[in-house]
Design a protein around this ligand. Structure first.
Ligand code: TSJ
Length: 642
């Protein structure tokens, strides 16, 4: 600094530099607080954080194209044709605004961030967090005259903002390499990025997003995502994936506003028994639902019943249709935009703003009622389906009552194969659901019987998709799970009756194990969803390898870990575990069941929803989507963090 400069300014600069470094340290010390995890999900989150800025620019009307590239070395480059991050000196900070954006925590909202703010959750943490968690990051801005560039390493600027060229276009380009000191695995999954970017393209009709994989061996992997139809196109896309037949050709669209809030809904019915609901608030997926979903469901049920009474489809003596009856075979996307969205729930993925419920409920009631009155053939088709659903559900209820009375008479109600624990307080207890009799035997011997129960599964796999609620009762594979957990299922699910606080699925790391995990997760997702929402479901993580020599003994839970152990301890003998059955009771306890040493994956709603989607395709009628899906989703079991 020149000695002539204002000393006051110098002090400010010093103080803000210290703030920057403190912010950086906070992010690098506890990255999970800012991006959720340091696993694959957190890694991919970095890309979304950057892309979201370009999407904001598009929503503001200044950007039409966004390019995302995965470069060799798993480096990410995001480019847009917006106005370019401002390069002028920031009035408060005395440094270029672009430098503020990348170095000051939570700077995003201060000068931009779009009209729709976010509170709670991990979204909108901004470019400075991505920067702090990157080995290096480079930003280039073109303002229509000059090209500016700045480089950072682990969040710290290592160059000034420099002019590096000239150009007539405008836009921003950010290139970064996530930091290997922070992330467990640095490899990006193309399909994970594709799915999320496609979602964003659907939610922002007309926006063009390109995704390109330029890593060696991935040549020619490219997608251009642009949907003029917006969420209507989203519904068509989701509908195709289910492999079922539509009940009406046109997607029904509903939209409306109240104050600054906007709600858009697109929906279509198919001939399956499944409900597919995707909801968003400010383009953020709300997998736990919230006020927009509640409003939609309430209005839909009311429309069906009012319409049915008005046109004599429901007779006087008929009971009202239930919400579930009205949603059978429905594919729906709900997108709301609002100022100050409140995100709540276990994973901050549940919309809390009460005014949105009123908005969605009133527009869906009015506009869907009008639609049904103007399109009686469509109304008739979906109505018949709902009435049929009600009949089946009624039959199921009767079958269930019968089954319950029978079991009450015949036997004690707990399944015979259950090895229960002695403690009865669910806050202390856990149940291992184990596939395979030999593994079940080891688990029974190896467990701590005070608080660990074991339920071995046996019998044929049930096709939950086709067999409906009524078939779950009486199914020899799933019924023991239902009775052991004690909660009941579906409408009569009651979490206060839950007998074990942790429900752990323990299956082999092979294809059969994958199937049983998918089946159980789908089952919990569909019939006992609060168990997933409230974080009761876990996946056990048995080791893949045993490495030993003399007294030395290690277990490796991934190939990477195996390589690391072998590098540090030459000459070890390796045993690959092909299944849980190969472990004796003591090994199973030590590696997989002992709370002091084990790692388990806690299932979140997204994981269970993904399983549900896989299950639908696996069990569906169509062969082609099934083949495609099996190939693409093999990763989901390997990487449950995504
Ligand atoms: F996150 C980020 F900072 F890293 C980033 C921001 C990354 C990428 C790829 C793009 C962007 C970005 C930011 N694209 N476009 C913008 N726009 C602005 O920052 C901007 C420009 C002008 C004005 C204005 O009021 O004149 C306001 C804003 C927010």
């Amino acid at each position: 600094m020149e000695p002539t400069q204002n000393p006051q300014h110098l002090e400010d600069y010093g103080a803000s530099q210290i703030q920057v470094l403190e912010g950086l340290e906070a992010v690098r010390k506890r990255p999970g607080m800012y991006i959720g995890s340091t696993g694959p999900r957190g890694l991919h989150h970095l890309v979304y954080e950057i892309v979201d800025n370009s999407i904001d620019e598009a929503m503001a009307g200044f950007c039409t194209d966004i390019n995302v590239e995965i470069l060799d070395g798993d480096i990410i480059r995001v480019r847009d044709n917006g106005r370019g991050i401002p390069v002028g000196i920031h009035p408060q900070k005395g440094i270029p605004t672009v430098t503020v954006v990348f170095t000051v925590l939570h700077a995003g909202g201060k000068f931009g961030g779009g009209a729709y703010k976010v509170s709670g959750g991990l979204h909108g943490v901004g470019a400075s967090v991505v920067n702090a968690l990157s080995e290096w990051l480079e930003v280039e801005v073109c303002d229509g005259e000059k090209i500016y560039k700045q480089r950072y390493e682990r969040g710290v600027a290592v160059t000034e903002l420099q002019v590096v060229g000239e150009g007539k276009e405008t836009g921003t380009r950010v290139t970064f390499k996530p930091d290997g000191e922070i992330f467990e695995d640095l490899v990006f999954d193309y399909d994970t990025l594709l799915t999320r970017l496609r979602e964003q393209a659907f939610l922002n009709a007309g926006l063009r997003i390109h995704l390109t994989d330029l890593r060696p061996g991935h040549e020619d992997t490219h997608d251009e995502l642009c949907y003029e139809g917006g969420i209507r196109s989203f519904v068509e896309f989701l509908q195709k994936k289910t492999g079922s037949e539509v009940l009406h050709e046109d997607v029904i669209s509903i939209s409306g506003t109240a104050g600054d809030s906007i709600a858009e809904i697109a929906m279509q019915y198919n001939d399956s028994y499944n409900e597919v609901m995707y909801s968003f608030a400010n383009d953020i997926r709300t997998i736990e639902g919230g006020t927009h979903e509640t409003g939609f469901k309430a209005a839909l049920t009311r429309v069906f019943n009012d319409y049915g009474r008005k046109f004599g489809l429901l007779k006087e003596q008929d009971k009202n249709l239930s919400g579930e009856d009205c949603r059978e075979g429905l594919t729906v996307v709900i997108s709301v935009k609002l100022t100050d969205a409140q995100f709540e729930g276990q994973t901050k993925a549940k919309l809390g703003n009460t005014e949105i419920r009123t908005l969605v409920e009133s527009i869906v009631y009015d506009k869907l009622m009008t639609y049904f009155e103007e399109n009686p053939a469509v109304a008739r088709a979906v109505f018949d389906k709902a009435i049929n659903a009600a009949r089946v559900r009624d039959a199921a209820r009767r079958a269930r009552d019968l089954a319950r009375r029978k079991t009450a008479l015949e036997t004690a109600s707990l399944p015979g194969k259950l090895a229960d624990c002695s403690d009865k307080n669910p806050e202390n207890t856990e149940i291992f659901i184990v596939e395979g009799d030999s593994a079940g035997g080891s688990a029974k011997q190896g467990r701590d019987r005070r608080y660990q129960a074991i339920l071995p599964l046996w019998g044929k796999m049930l096709n939950v998709e086709k067999a409906r609620l009524d078939k779950v009762y009486g199914n020899e594979k799933l019924m023991p799970v239902v009775t052991a957990l004690g909660t009941g299922i579906g409408e009569e699910f009651d979490i206060s009756k839950l007998r074990y606080g942790k429900i752990v699925i323990m299956a082999d790391a092979d294809v059969d194990g994958h199937h049983i995990r998918t089946l159980l997760l789908t089952f919990f997702f569909r019939f006992m969803r609060p168990l997933v929402e409230q974080g009761h479901i876990y996946i056990a993580q048995p080791p893949l390898y045993r490495l030993s020599k003399g007294k030395k003994l290690f277990y490796a839970f991934s190939d990477r870990e195996r390589d690391q152990i072998m590098a540090e301890n030459p000459g070890l003998d390796i045993q690959r575990y092909k299944g849980l059955g190969e472990m004796d009771a003591e090994q199973l306890w030590e590696t997989t069941m002992n709370p002091a040493d084990r790692t388990m994956i806690k299932i979140e709603m997204e994981d269970a929803a993904a399983a549900d989607e896989i299950f639908t395709i696996l069990m569906g009628d169509k062969v082609e989507p099934r083949r495609e899906f099996i190939q693409k989703n093999a990763r989901y079991v390997q990487n449950l963090d995504i």
